[in-house]
Design a protein around this ligand. Structure first.
Ligand code: HEM
Length: 146
């Protein structure tokens, strides 16, 4: 389950990197809108990751959806970008996330502190406006030894 739960779902909503951009090299059009060569085109993973055509109940955190055999557009999940300039650290980051989570959960338990939901701050890297408060306690196995 760890493989499913981390970090693919957490990089969908909210995504670390909500936007990126490309400069076009040839004249083209997108849905009838002319896009001349040299245009800067914004690519918004935030919009793609919230699109109900790709993600039913888009704002719902449901890690199981990554384990389901669903046909999904290859670009529907793009927290690491897409195409030839996609993040070279993708596989390393996913593996590192799983290892870190496994090691942390062996030692600590986390529970949410009841609090109003903080709005996300849109920036180069997306983050909750006032941070996230969690209660951290020792895992039961370690507590028994104290
Ligand atoms: C959760 C962790 C990470 C996230 C969310 C992330 C996300 C991204 C994104 C969105 C891009 C731009 C891709 C595009 O424009 O299409 C990028 C590029 C890049 N990332 Fe990451 N990244 C992560 C970790 C890493 C790590 C661990 C490394 C190195 C070990 C790394 C190295 C790079 C490099 C070198 C590029 C530029 C690739 C290029 O322009 O050809 N990233 N990353």
């Amino acid at each position: 389950m760890l493989e499913v739960a981390c970090p693919s779902p957490t990089s969908r909503v909210p995504e670390a990197s909500p936007s990126s951009a490309r400069e076009t090299v040839v004249d083209d059009e997108i849905r009838g809108v002319p896009v001349p060569a040299g245009s800067i085109v914004a690519v918004l993973p935030y919009v793609v990751h919230h699109h109900p055509d790709h993600w039913p109940e888009p704002t719902r955190f449901r890690p199981e959806r990554f384990a389901e055999a669903t046909e999904r557009h290859p670009a529907a999940w793009m927290p690491f970008g897409i195409g030839p300039r996609q993040c070279i650290g993708l596989h390393f980051a996913l593996l590192e996330g799983q290892l870190a989570l496994a090691m942390i959960l062996q030692r600590y338990e986390f529970s949410a502190v009841p609090r109003r939901r903080e709005p996300l701050r849109l920036a180069v890297v997306m983050r909750p406006h006032g941070g996230v408060q969690v209660r951290v306690s020792l895992a039961p196995a370690l507590r028994a030894r104290c």
